[in-house]
Structures are given as structure tokens and as C-alpha cells.
Design a protein around this ligand. Structure first.
Ligand code: ADP
Ligand code: MG
Length: 257
């Protein structure tokens, strides 16, 4: 049985739909990357999967009692309030219960999940004092504290360096191997080609769905991004490269001039 299933789902914030006729099933064992240009509806699709918004048309079914963890896009988080890493993680439980304080068991559970992600020593640090990759792990820890069956992440690899990007994807791969279903959005086509067994290409509609090899083709990429892209092969994996347009190519660089 699917954890979450969308059949012919459309969604509009105003009059014009931003997602049209989307069919998508998320099942146990999935590790799915959603790619598409800015404004293509990635965040909207994740919010539908989460149950934060309801479809304007079509049907969305969620397995009753499904536990979902959410890691929002770091750039959308308001950092103006002073909180420590442990406090951010413990916010997960405050959304579920009324007591404003955490008991020793809850603090212990928070430290255990930070430990699992290799950042227990950061527990008392201020969240603003951390690197992008460390902040990403803190939000991952918060999402994991509720012991989710499905983890939804919005651009977890944006704004971090290459090494951190691979660390995050590797970490998500390990969680996936441990039985967690993972759905994420990303701009990192080559990262998902290397790490995600399933790729969904989005541009208001689903332009492609399948393995990286099936989906990362010049035709699907052009339908998704509206720009020509080349796909090479490296170490048995597809690698996507931008193809400079003829016009751009002919411009002399400043140095040549
Ligand atoms: P992505 O995450 O791929 O960048 P989004 O799902 O955020 O795309 O946005 C899809 C479209 O919906 C965009 O055109 C965006 O401007 C619009 N949109 C997103 N959120 C809202 C909102 N809260 N109200 C109105 N329009 C929105
Ligand atoms: Mg987005």
C-alpha cells in the first residue's frame, strides 16, 4: 500500500494552477528526488505530500496514521530568534504536546538523534553559529525525533559546499537503507543521479519519472528546463552539463577583447 498517493492532482494558489494532473505514489523503500526549475512547483508538491495543503482537483490519499518528518528549505527559516541546537530539535515535540518544557527522557532522545547524525557536541551551540551543512543536520535531527516513516526534505543540498552536499545525500541514503522512505527536492541533478534510485522531473506537470538513466535525457531535460542540456556518461552514471547557446558561445570574453 502507498504511504501517499496522488491521482490526477492539480493545485492553484490563485486562479492559475501551479501543478496540473500529477500522478505520484510514494511507497515504503522509495528514495525519490524531485527536480525542476525555480517556480516549477517542487515545494508545492512536497507540501501536498506532507498534507500542509489540499489538492484543488484530483485525489490525494495518505495512509492513516502515517508519520511524516519535514525538513524545510533552510533559507526560508527565520533565524532572528536565539535558540540552541537542542532547543530547535525539541521544538518537534512541542508541536505535539502542551508542556512547554522537555523532560529528561525527551532531552535524552534529542541528544541520541543528534549523536546519530554526528552533531551531539553542537547541542548547546546557537543555531546561527553553525555552517549550512550543520544547520541542515539539525533540521534533519528535528524531523527524525518523531520517528517518521516518510521523510520529506525541501532542497536539503542548497547553499552547502560540494563535500557537504554528498555527505547529506549519503546520510539520507543510509536512513533510506534503514527503512525510511525519503522524498526530496533539489537543483543538484548530478547529486540525485548518483544517490536517488527514482527521479521526478517537474515543470508544472510531471515531465519525467523513473531511474536517473531513464529520466535524465536531453529530451526530458529540455521539456523540464526549457533549455538544451547534454547528458554524458561518467563512471556508469549520467552526468548533466549545460550546453551554452550558440549566441553566448560567440561572445568574446573580456580577456579576449
Ligand atoms: P519551486 O519550489 O519549484 O520553486 P513552488 O512550489 O514554490 O516552486 O512555486 C510554484 C509556483 O507557485 C510559483 O509560480 C510560485 O510563485 C507560486 N507560489 C508558491 N507559493 C505561493 C503562495 N503561497 N501563494 C501564491 N503563489 C505561490
Ligand atoms: Mg521551492
Amino acid at each position: 500500500m502507498s504511504l501517499v498517493r496522488l491521482d490526477g492532482v492539480s493545485f492553484a494558489y490563485g486562479s492559475a494552477p501551479v501543478l496540473r494532473d500529477v500522478d505520484l505514489a510514494v511507497v515504503t523503500g522509495d528514495f525519490t528526488g524531485i527536480v525542476g526549475p525555480s517556480g516549477s512547483g517542487k515545494t508545492t508538491l512536497l507540501r501536498l505530500v506532507l498534507g500542509a495543503i489540499e489538492p484543488s482537483a484530483g485525489t490525494l490519499t495518505r495512509r492513516p496514521g502515517l508519520r511524516v518528518g519535514y525538513v524545510p528549505q533552510v533559507e526560508t527559516v527565520n533565524w532572528s530568534f536565539p535558540v540552541t541546537v537542542a532547543e530547535v530539535v525539541l521544538m518537534a515535540r512541542r508541536q505535539r504536546r502542551l508542556a512547554p518544557w522537555a523532560d529528561a527522557a525527551e532531552r535524552g532522545a534529542a541528544i541520541a538523534v543528534l549523536d546519530r547524525l554526528g552533531i551531539a557536541e553542537l547541542a548547546d551551540r546557537h543555531i546561527r553559529a553553525l555552517s549550512g551543512g550543520q544547520q541542515q543536520r539539525v533540521f534533519l535531527a528535528r524531523a527524525l525525533l518523531g520517528d517518521p516513516e516518510l521523510l520529506v526534505l525541501d532542497e536539503p543540498t542548497s547553499g552547502v559546499d560540494v563535500r557537504t552536499r554528498h555527505e547529506i545525500l549519503h546520510l539520507l541514503g543510509e536512513l533510506h537503507h534503514g527503512g525510511l522512505a525519503v522524498v526530496l527536492s533539489t537543483h543538484d541533478l548530478n547529486g540525485i543521479a548518483a544517490h536517488c534510485p527514482t527521479v521526478v522531473c517537474l515543470n508544472g506537470v510531471v515531465t519525467g519519472m523513473g531511474t536517473p538513466r531513464e529520466v535524465l535525457t536531453p529530451d526530458v531535460l529540455e521539456a523540464t528546463y526549457g533549455a538544451p542540456m547534454d547528458v554524458l556518461e561518467h563512471a556508469g552514471m549520467p552526468v548533466v552539463v549545460d550546453r551554452p547557446s550558440a549566441h553566448v558561445h560567440q561572445q568574446p570574453t573580456a580577456r579576449q577583447r
